[in-house]
Design a binder for this molecule. Sequence first.
Ligand SMILES: *[C@@H]1O[C@H](CO)[C@@H](O)[C@H](O)[C@H]1NC(C)=O
Ligand SMILES: *[C@@H]1O[C@H](CO)[C@@H](O)[C@H](O)[C@H]1NC(C)=O
Ligand SMILES: *[C@@H]1O[C@H](CO)[C@@H](O)[C@H](O)[C@H]1NC(C)=O
Ligand SMILES: *[C@@H]1O[C@H](CO)[C@@H](O)[C@H](O)[C@H]1NC(C)=O
Ligand SMILES: *[C@@H]1O[C@H](CO)[C@@H](O)[C@H](O)[C@H]1NC(C)=O
Length: 476
Amino acid sequence: MKGSVLEQFDILHVHSMWQSVFSLCVYVVIVRTQFPRECVTPEVLRSGTCCPSPTGLANDDCGVRSRRGQCMPVVADLRPHGPQYPHDGRDDRERWPLRFFNRSCQCNKKFSGFNCGRCRYGLTGANCDQRIHVVRRNIMQMSPEEKRALVNALDQAKRTVHPDLVICTRRYQELFGPDGNTVQCENITIYNFFVWTHYYSVGKTYMGSGQHSFGGVDFSHEGPGFLTWHRFHLLQLESDIQDMLRNRTFALPYWNFATGKNECDICTDDLLGARSSFDMNSISSNSVFSQWRVICEDVEEYETQGTICNSTEGGPIRRNPGGNTARLMVQKLPENQDVIDCLEINTFDTPPYYSTSSLSFRNTIEGYSTSKGNYDPGVRSLHNLAHLFLNGTGGQTHVSPNDPIFVLLHCFTDAIFDEWLQRHHPSTVFYPKEKAPIGHNWRYNMVPFWPPVTNAEMFVSASDSLGYTYEVQWPN
Ligand SMILES: *[C@@H]1O[C@H](CO)[C@@H](O)[C@H](O)[C@H]1NC(C)=O
Ligand SMILES: *[C@@H]1O[C@H](CO)[C@@H](O)[C@H](O)[C@H]1NC(C)=O
Ligand SMILES: *[C@@H]1O[C@H](CO)[C@@H](O)[C@H](O)[C@H]1NC(C)=O
Ligand SMILES: *[C@@H]1O[C@H](CO)[C@@H](O)[C@H](O)[C@H]1NC(C)=O
Ligand SMILES: *[C@@H]1O[C@H](CO)[C@@H](O)[C@H](O)[C@H]1NC(C)=O
């Protein structure tokens, strides 16, 4: 497997000249990232400025000469966060991304990406002036060829090194390595990058050697940013796969998990993998996903040593749908009626904007309350229930995206969010501008995306502003 990745690289290298011409004229190469490879040299990091030139152009920071964008100071949210996190100053993710960079590309209307080399969502063409539409569909309604293409695309993403982005595997304090001049960042594949960003957003705060890490922090769950964060997370994977396939209309499908059943209908070998007949907790060897290996398993090590997950793969995906015999509540998937009920809730979020909020649409779809919105510490519903039902890799927050069911489960969650936005035309007053849990304020840059993108930017209708729609029939 390692060999085939290297081969692809060599081919890309040989064709790189042709490629940059191609990138500029036909297909504007992508751009979203932890950090762009060209920004993680000691010099660039010390300068605090990450403003690369679009691929194929030299000395044209952010494409300023072709009016694509300009290099600007990063704006970070300085409003207070909620009381859950009392350790200001200890965590690199605070005021993201200022610990690492304070200048980034800001792209003009039609452009996007870390170097403004890409078109905004919903646009394509050399000048980014052609509209395109991406349609996310129910995976069960795809043809056999479409199913095959999807499985192949995911598997290719698992094996293809990300063209632009790298991950950093040490906290800032140790980022420059033992000699102070060897930046601790590395390549990672497109799919593993998707897993890593999620892990990085939920990791505990390291409090020092011999101290307990602080777990009351989560930049992507248990707060109003849950829906906006996961929306961007999916968009990033979808665009990375579009670029990999050179197909701008490639769409992630969704899994309607609200079947009320005690089995997993997408767990078949033509889709996400059947159950192995030899081991209840494993995926059938007829599915390519039985060969996938997970990253970010070694939480114990990260928490006691203050290291960060890297691209090293470990064991296989574990999954036993409906098999948690110790916990009756998570043996059965959510009901259709739960979706109907949660869509009726009027208010986006309610104080304390946390996993304890009542009558909050966000906390309900996230799954910490009954589907009618009543907070109940014993309940797990909707999104949370669908995860826990999987009883394995997909049910543990820090590693859950390693199971590709994550992608489809979150697409459905995002579809419900989008439907809710269309039905309620919500006033943004119900999205807190301050005192939400850290990471969740309206103008907070979502951790760890690069270039900076706020929760506010994802609180929009997907078809109006993000270039995609869901093909879905909602029950009444
Ligand atoms: C930006 O970061 C660089 C490098 O850390 C630092 O020297 C500079 O003072 C910062 N600028 C501002 C405006 O914070
Ligand atoms: C990372 O990937 C880039 C681009 O494909 C390649 O040029 C570079 O050699 C890789 N670095 C390592 C350490 O493998
Ligand atoms: C691009 O992706 C779309 C949606 O997945 C698919 O229908 C279409 O056939 C693909 N086009 C090519 C050229 O593969
Ligand atoms: C990568 O992670 C593994 C598992 O946590 C660890 O053993 C290894 O030392 C790490 N590698 C680097 C370069 O940090
Ligand atoms: C799976 O279910 C078993 C018991 O049925 C339970 O002990 C285990 O913690 C569950 N694992 C996960 C990851 O949910």
